[in-house]
Design a protein around this ligand. Structure first.
Ligand code: AHR
Length: 605
C-alpha cells in the first residue's frame, strides 16, 4: 500500500457515521427500552387482554377483564380488572404476563416493580406478586402488598432475583373475593447509565461501541404512521409514563412511547452524539398517489409546523419558554442543544406532496431557529436545500460497484446524508458478503466526505421474535444479543474515524494485477508503477498478424527483455529506465486495428 501523506484529500466529516433508530422489529419496546412487561398499560388491544392471562389455583374462581371506566387518568383508555368470585382455602386468582417473549432475570440483580392499583370500594384485596418460571415451579422473587389504599395509588418495590433465567413471568395474585383494578404494571432492571425509565444495558453498550456521531430518531416509517392518527406525536411521549397514551406504530404493533422524545435526547447526550429528529410533515406512509385520509391537507398543516417548532423548543429552549419548562420539569433544565432536524421521512416517494410542504417547514424553522441544520428527503426545485437524505437498500454487488458513486457527484449541489442504507438483497439475516459491500460503499463515502457529511446504516435492531425487516445491525432476544457482520463494519468505521483522506494505492504482491485488451493508436507505453514489475504475454496483433510479442521484467534498475532488439519496419521499440515504449513508425500503417493484450503484475517494491 502506498499512502501519499503529502497530498491530503477531503477532510472527513466528523459527523459521517451515526446511528439510525426506529421502533421497528421491537427495537424499542421489548428491546432497547428496558421495560420488561409487555402491554403494561393494557392499551395494546381493545378486544382482548393482550399478553395477559388468568391462572386459577386450588379451586378459587375468578375473571380477568378490560375495563374502561374510572380510569387512572385521561391518557388511559383501559385498565385491567382482576376479580376473585369464589375463594378456596389456599387458592388464588392471578394475572400472568411473560413480558416480551420471556422476562430475563439475573441472579442477585435488582428490579424495580411499580404499578397503580384501585380496589373496588369495600373490597379488601391484598396482593402477592411473584417472578416465576413458566411452569410456576421456580420462584425468583416475591412481594406481598397487605393493604391497598382506596382509589388509584402507585405502589413501588425493589425485587431481587434469586436466579438467572431468560423466560420468567410475572404473576399478580389475589386470594380474597372482590375486584382490584390495575394499570401501568412495570418492571425495570438496572439500566444503562442508571437512567430512570432507561435502556437495556447490553443493547445500549453495543450502540455506544459504534461511537455514533449522531442518533437519528424516531424513524423511518414510524415517523409517518399508516395514517395521520398513527404518526409520531412527540408531545404524547414525554412526562410520567402513566400519562403517555402510546400509539399504533407503523410496524404493526403498538408503541408504549416509554422510549419517548426526552429519552431519545437523553440517550444521544449520554452517547455524546448529536440528536437528529425527523419531523412528520403530514404525509403518512400509505399512499402514492396519496389517499385523502393519509394526508394532512396543506391547508391544515400549520399545527404540524408548530409541532416541529415546539420540538426544537423542548430540546433547546430556555427554561422560561413553554416547552423548555416542560423539559426542565422532566428532569433536564439544561438545553439538549439539538442541531439537526429532517423535514419528513422518505417522502420523496410522494414527491408531488413533498414539494408543497418542504418549503413551508423550512421557512418556519429557519426563521425561528436559523442555526438548525435542515435535511430534505429530496432536492426540491426552487427551495433552499442544505442536505439531502438518500436511502439505498440493494445487493452487495450494487454497493461494491457504487463505491465510486460520489466521486463524480456535483460539488455545487447540496450536501449528502445517506440516512438509510444496507445490503438487503441476498443478505439473509446478515452475512459477511453484505458487510463487505457496505464497507466498500462506506470507503466511497469517506473518500468523498467533502459532500457526504453523514450516514446511518438501517435498521439498527431486531428482536428475533419479530423479524419484520432483515437484516439489521444488532440482533437480540430477551437476554442475549450480538452484532451482525454489518454491525461490526459500522463499529469499526465509527470507532476509527480519520481526519482527512490520504490518497492510497494498493497492490497485492505476487498477484496478477491486471490483464486486458485494448485497441491502440500509434503506440503504447508501459510504465513502472513499482520498482519490480513483470509484463507477460505482451502482444500487439490483429488476428494472426502479430506485430510485437514479448515479456518484460524490471527488477531493480534495468529491464530484462526476451526480445530486446526488436525493431521492425512498422514500429520502433525503446526502453528508458522507467518505460518501455513501442510505437508505430510515423507515416506507416495505422495501428488502430491492432489490439494490445498483456498481463501485468507487481513483484515487489
Ligand atoms: O429501515 C426500514 C425502513 O426503510 C424505514 O422505516 C423506511 O424509512 C425505509 O423505507
Amino acid at each position: 500500500m502506498t499512502v501519499d501523506t503529502g497530498n491530503p484529500g477531503a477532510k472527513i466529516s466528523p459527523m459521517l457515521y451515526g446511528a439510525f433508530f426506529e421502533e421497528i422489529n421491537h427495537a424499542g419496546d421489548g428491546g432497547l427500552y428496558a421495560e420488561l412487561i409487555s402491554n403494561r398499560s393494557f392499551e395494546d388491544s381493545s378486544v382482548t387482554l393482550f399478553n395477559w392471562w388468568m391462572d386459577e389455583k386450588e379451586g378459587s374462581k375468578g375473571k380477568l377483564a378490560l375495563t374502561s371506566s374510572k380510569l387512572l387518568n385521561d391518557a388511559q383508555t383501559q385498565a385491567m380488572a382482576l376479580t376473585v368470585s369464589s375463594a378456596a382455602e389456599g387458592g388464588s386468582v392471578s394475572a400472568v404476563n411473560n413480558g416480551y417473549w420471556g422476562i430475563a432475570l439475573t441472579k442477585d440483580a435488582s428490579y424495580k416493580l411499580s404499578f397503580y392499583a384501585r380496589p373496588e370500594p369495600g373490597d379488601n384485596m391484598p396482593l402477592r406478586i411473584t417472578l416465576e418460571s413458566p411452569d410456576g415451579k421456580e420462584l425468583y422473587a416475591e412481594q406481598t402488598v397487605d393493604k391497598l389504599k382506596e382509589g388509584w395509588h402507585p405502589y413501588t418495590y425493589t425485587l431481587t432475583s434469586t436466579g438467572t433465567v431468560a423466560n420468567a413471568r410475572i404473576v399478580i395474585s389475589a386470594a380474597n373475593v372482590g375486584t382490584v383494578y390495575l394499570d401501568m404494571v412495570s418492571l425495570f432492571p438496572e439500566t444503562w447509565n442508571n437512567r430512570e425509565n432507561g435502556l437495556r444495558i447490553d443493547l445500549a453498550e453495543k450502540v455506544a461501541a459504534m461511537k455514533p456521531a449522531f442518533v437519528r430518531f424516531p424513524g423511518g416509517c414510524f415517523v409517518e404512521g399508516k395514517t395521520p392518527t398513527d404518526a409520531y406525536q412527540w408531545k404524547n411521549t414525554i412526562g410520567p409514563i402513566e400519562t403517555r397514551p402510546g400509539h399504533k406504530g407503523y410496524w404493526d404493533y403498538r408503541s408504549s412511547d416509554g422510549l419517548g422524545f426526552h429519552e431519545y435526547l437523553q440517550w444521544a447526550e449520554d452517547l455524546k452524539a448529536e440528536p437528529l429528529y425527523v419531523a412528520y410533515i403530514g404525509i403518512s406512509h400509505n399512499g402514492d398517489p396519496i389517499a385523502k385520509q393519509n394526508t394532512v391537507p396543506v391547508s391544515e398543516i400549520q399545527p404540524w409546523i408548530q409541532d416541529a417548532l415546539d420540538a426544537i423548543e423542548y430540546a433547546n429552549g430556555p427554561v422560561t419558554s413553554k416547552w423548555g419548562a416542560q423539559r426542565a420539569a422532566n428532569g433536564h433544565p439544561e438545553p439538549f442543544n439539538m442541531k439537526y432536524v429532517e423535514i419528513g421521512n422518505e417522502n420523496n416517494f410522494q414527491m408531488s406532496e413533498y414539494i408543497k410542504r418542504y418549503g413551508l417547514f423550512y421557512k418556519a424553522i429557519k426563521e425561528k431557529y436559523p442555526e438548525i441544520h435542515l435535511i430534505a428527503n429530496a432536492a426540491v426545485e426552487g427551495e433552499p436545500i442544505e442536505m439531502v437524505d438518500e436511502h439505498y437498500y440493494e445487493t452487495s454487488e450494487w454497493f461494491l460497484s457504487n463505491s465510486n458513486r460520489y466521486d463524480t457527484y456535483d460539488r455545487s449541489g447540496p450536501e449528502i446524508y445517506v440516512g438509510e442504507y444496507a445490503v438487503t438483497k441476498g443478505a439473509g439475516e446478515g452475512n459477511l458478503n453484505a458487510a463487505i459491500g457496505e464497507a466498500a460503499f462506506m470507503m466511497g463515502m469517506e473518500r468523498n466526505s467533502d459532500i457526504v457529511k453523514m450516514s446511518s446504516y438501517a435498521p439498527l435492531f431486531v428482536n428475533t421474535k419479530d423479524r419484520t425487516w432483515n437484516p439489521d445491525a444488532i440482533v437480540f432476544d430477551s437476554s442475549t444479543s450480538y452484532g451482525t457482520p454489518s454491525y461490526h463494519v459500522q463499529q469499526m468505521f465509527g470507532s476509527n474515524k480519520g481526519d482527512v483522506v490520504l490518497p492510497t494505492s494498493l497492490v497485492a504482491l505476487g498477484q496478477e494485477e491486471t490483464s486486458g485488451k485494448q485497441s491502440i493508436q500509434g503506440g503504447i507505453g508501459l510504465g513502472t508503477w513499482a520498482t519490480q514489475v513483470e509484463y507477460s504475454d505482451v502482444r500487439v496483433a490483429k488476428g494472426d498478424d502479430v506485430l510485437f510479442e514479448d515479456h518484460f521484467k524490471k527488477d531493480s534498475g534495468a529491464w530484462t527483455l526476451n526480445n530486446g532488439d526488436w525493431e521492425q519496419s512498422k514500429g520502433t521499440f525503446k526502453q528508458t529506465s522507467n518505460d518501455i515504449d513501442i510505437r508505430a513508425v510515423a507515416g506507416e500503417a495505422s495501428w488502430s486495428d491492432y489490439t494490445l493484450s498483456l498481463k501485468a503484475k507487481k513483484t515487489g517494491g
